[in-house]
Design a protein around this ligand. Sequence first.
Ligand SMILES: Nc1ncnc2c1ncn2[C@@H]1O[C@H](COP(=O)(O)OP(=O)(O)OP(=O)(O)O)[C@@H](O)[C@H]1O
Ligand SMILES: [Mg+2]
Length: 410
Amino acid sequence: MTAILEPDVGHLAIVQTMLHGSVAFKSFEDLNAHIAASPHEFAVVIGPTVDVDAATAFAKWARISRPDLGVILLRRTVDHDVLTTALRSGMREVVEANDLAGITTAVHRARSVASEIAKTIEVEAQAAASSAMAQAKADVAAAQAAADMPQGKVLTVFSTKGGVGKSLIATNTAVALSDAGHNVCLIDLDVNSGDVAIMLQLTPARTINDLVAFNGMIDEVALESILTRHSKRLAIVAAPVRLDSPDHATAVDIGTMIDTLKGMFDYVVVDTSGVFDDNALTALDRTDTIVLVATLDIPALKGLKLATGTLDLLNFPRDTWKFVLNRADGKVGLTTDEFESTVGLKADISLVSSREVLSAVNRGEALVRAYPSHPNSKAIVAFAHSFTNVDATQSEGHKVSGGRLRLRRG
Ligand SMILES: Nc1ncnc2c1ncn2[C@@H]1O[C@H](COP(=O)(O)OP(=O)(O)OP(=O)(O)O)[C@@H](O)[C@H]1O
Ligand SMILES: [Mg+2]
């Protein structure tokens, strides 16, 4: 259809005879209402008696809001000024009012341009739809690839009593796993008095508190920059070396760090502080195996009872726990059997009290390397290998947090 704007009845009659099926309007108000209601209108012919400024204002609007609408201006005479003003405003053509053949041709051209524009819009819409579809497919594939990425196992060494040998077990298990050819990251989560770095004679340039600088953007590149290398296969995230550090890694940062490290290493071994704080719970939530440590004495027994009771309450499944009984040879009036039956746990390994342990610690060497044939070293190496054997036979790891019902923490 074509819309004609011409208040003069005489002029209108002439134009209308040339444009069959057109609709006529006497004011811009009526024309605008028609255009708004007719999205497929393709041409507007503005008659010779309509003010040129009002006509150019309409053409400017149409150029932006309805680029498919061809605006054709009729003038009694077409001089250079009219032509320039009209074309600058976005008018498609300017035709002399008595050139009836020219008016018809201009309207036909407007129809063809409108149909070309409609086709282009359709093609662009189809291209946008298929690019959105391709993007959605790529997103699904990326999510699938992330889900399929091998995930390292997390072992968290825990007790609610200090000084029972957590750091000894954590460092030596990590070293034994790396010596067995696995890539291992050892995290010292004892942020107030962690000594993993000292036990391995390392001087960390950056520590866990440097996570704060990443403002939550903790990815592999960020983590590489805070790792301290012990060897090709063993890296550590060291505990802060200064207690007055203004920055303190949050539990959220620590959670993201562990999740990311799982994508970078075969094993992530976490040494904890001996307190059920947010940091420990963040690690436990992501843990495949909880390694509980106690020494053969009454305070440690009491501490272990407290730890197991709380882990039970928080629904950490018992089949993901391992128990290491340290200093199991102590003559303290308590036997291993009595200890095990009281806590309801069987020791997976027992370690003896030994001077070599202290000697290795003081030299900043892992016991399993300094004294490989020591019974404690053999026990820890066998313990470490038990994880790799299980992992080799189980394609699907048993996540502590998978489907576990957690109680709300206050
Ligand atoms: N079997 C052992 N024989 C001799 N010394 C040991 C033995 N196990 C641990 N120790 C010594 O006891 C001390 C405490 O051990 P470790 O630091 O591993 O315990 P921890 O549970 O990590 O302590 P904390 O809670 O303070 O972090 C260390 O000096 C360590 O060398
Ligand atoms: Mg420790």
